[in-house]
Write a protein that binds this ligand. Structure first.
Ligand code: FKS
Ligand code: ZN
Length: 342
């Protein structure tokens, strides 16, 4: 399986995030991608390619120009204000407030985000832009005939919506790739989001559409980030009604429960008649993940890959979360090897 990867992810390195009332070092850090890359090499998964540059056009299919312009220019504005440290939002247009776009940097930052979990640093735009190009490059490999490809994206993307950053995400790599398949002539794309957290951004982007089926297995949002989306009764709307499948699971779920949910998702994808699958591949479902509550073990990721392979469809894997850094490479590459060896 080909892997696509860019060193540019190192340009994004947030300092800290809020957790339980404390500022702690960011869990989403460069070593995550380094460990995955090292494991890809160690297991000789296949060739590793740098991304091509497809420009802004495919990003604009998912994100608005105003959002991209804001994101690209935010760091320079922060420097012009003599800002110290990472650029972090602190006020959001929550219920009872208006959805006006203020003129100030922090007003706009609140407008374009949903939490304080997506710090902007000097290189965040370049890292996120390159991650999207990595996803598009892997997508192009599949469009060109490859049966599978791995986009080793960092920062991740599945929490990012059309005009929102949050939850470590800025540009929705999986959504951008899914849209590229459609723009190149495919008519039915399925997204399978196996990250521990619900992909609220991806869901919202495709919620009213039936050309992308969104399926997700995740920690029940009654108790887990992102809290405000990811419930089982969110089925899609308009022509997208019936094309959104959320499978929230209780804390403590292991492979028995998780694997059954995967079976449900895969059967839905098969019934849909998907031509291609985009997997939002988070491995924060691991038993030792420091911020998550599922109990998958390393061999379970081989089974995950095997089951996905049984769908028999061209499959694009896009890296999302996973914070047990020592095991992130083993677990992510196990999915890819389970897929490849099936
Ligand atoms: C306080 C708890 C906030 C945020 C969890 C974000 C999870 C991100 C992810 C992604 F794939 F996007 F990286 N927790 N610090 O794993 O879903
Ligand atoms: Zn996650």
């Amino acid at each position: 399986m080909l892997t696509y990867y860019s060193d540019d992810h190192h340009l994004h390195h947030g300092s800290c995030e809020l957790m339980d009332g404390q500022l702690v070092p960011c869990f989403e850090k460069p070593q995550r991608a380094e460990h995955v890359l090292a494991r890809v090499k160690e297991r000789q998964l296949g060739a590793i390619h740098g991304p091509s540059d497809f420009g802004r056009a495919p990003l604009l299919r998912i994100h608005s120009a105003a959002y991209l312009d804001f994101f690209e220019g935010a760091w320079a504005r922060w420097q012009a204000e003599q800002g110290q440290g990472d650029l972090l939002p602190y006020t959001w247009p929550a219920r009872t407030l208006s959805e006006r776009l203020p003129s100030s940097l922090h007003g706009q930052l609140g407008y374009y985000s949903f939490d304080a979990g997506a710090p902007i640093t000097a290189g965040t735009w370049q890292a996120a832009y390159s991650a999207a190009q990595v996803a598009l490059s892997a997508q192009a490999a599949i469009a060109g005939g490859a049966h599978s490809a791995f986009a080793l994206c960092r920062p991740p993307g599945h929490h990012a919506a059309g005009e929102l950053m949050g939850g470590y995400c800025y540009l929705n790599n999986a959504a951008i790739a899914a849209q590229a398949f459609l723009d190149q002539g495919r008519t039915k794309v399925a997204i399978l989001d196996v990250d521990y957290h619900h992909g609220n951004g991806t869901q919202s982007i495709f919620y009213a559409r039936n050309d992308v089926l969104f399926t997700s297995i995740h920690g029940d949002p009654v108790a887990e980030f992102p809290f405000f989306l990811g419930y089982a009764d969110e089925l899609g709307e308009g022509s997208g009604a019936g094309y959104n499948l959320n499978l929230p699971l209780a804390a403590g779920s292991g492979w028995d429960v998780w694997g059954a949910a995967l079976e449900t998702a895969c059967q839905r994808i098969a019934a849909y008649g998907a031509e291609v699958i985009v997997v939002s591949l988070g491995v924060d479902t691991f038993k030792n993940d420091p911020i998550s509550q599922f109990k998958l073990d390393s061999p379970d990721y081989l089974r995950m890959g095997q089951r996905i392979a049984a769908l028999g469809l061209p499959t694009l894997f896009v890296m999302e979360g996973g914070y047990a850094v020592a095991e992130i490479g083993i677990n992510a590459v196990n999915v890819l090897e389970g897929f490849q060896n099936a």
